[in-house]
Design a protein around this ligand. Structure first.
Ligand SMILES: Nc1ncnc2c1ncn2[C@@H]1O[C@H](COP(=O)(O)OP(=O)(O)O)[C@@H](O)[C@H]1O
Ligand SMILES: [Mg+2]
Length: 169
């Protein structure tokens, strides 16, 4: 079944139907069916190179799946009924609601911890700087990094960088 309709409002947070992804002749995802409920914590385990990151990247279309359907919070991510520009707007909208913590944390190296946290809320969501800072400091408190607010990522340990990335996401 292929459609662009939304899943039921009380449905799972993430739904994958028959998701396929190939890189050339390399078939990485071979028909993944998966439902993940709101607040459910799911761990993907598999050998290096088995397609874990590819699956995650497909969720917000950092990789375009070869076929199949992806729904996040009831919204079809890989819609096929939109023009190129409308599809890009659709993706941008979805991505403002989805955070991802990368294996390599991809913190902005030339920005302090606090600046890393307020970048997207001010630039993408249009929050006032003061409001973004207030939220960022609250998040830093939750990950135990209040004292590192004005430090650059290079001067943090790997674990601290990861916690900043989690707070940013
Ligand atoms: N952009 C790409 N182009 C070609 N092959 C890729 C690309 N990204 C990943 N792959 C290949 O797809 C397979 C799955 O990779 P990946 O999803 O990163 O694995 P995992 O995260 O499980 O270690 C690997 O064989 C990898 O080499
Ligand atoms: Mg990986």
């Amino acid at each position: 079944m292929t459609n662009n309709k939304e899943t039921a409002p009380d449905g799972p947070m993430i739904v994958l139907r028959d998701l396929h992804k190939q890189f050339g002749s390399l078939e990485v995802l071979k028909g993944i069916d998966l439902e993940i409920a709101n607040s459910e914590v799911l761990v993907l385990i598999g050998p290096s190179g088995s397609g874990k990151s590819t699956l995650l990247r497909c969720l917000n279309h950092l990789e375009a799946p070869t076929s199949g359907e992806i729904y996040v919070d009831g919204v079809r991510v890989n819609r096929t009924d939109l023009s190129r520009r409308a599809f890009q707007r659709h993706l941008n909208e979805i991505r403002t609601h989805m955070g991802m913590v990368f294996q390599h944390f991809n913190l902005f190296p030339h920005k302090t911890v606090l600046e890393n946290l307020i970048e997207a809320p001010t630039q993408v969501l249009g929050l006032e700087r003061a409001e973004a800072e207030r939220e960022a400091l609250e998040l830093l408190k939750r990950v135990g990094l209040t004292d590192k607010r004005d430090v650059y990522p290079a001067n943090l340990s790997g674990g601290q960088q990861q916690r900043v990335a989690i707070a940013r996401a």
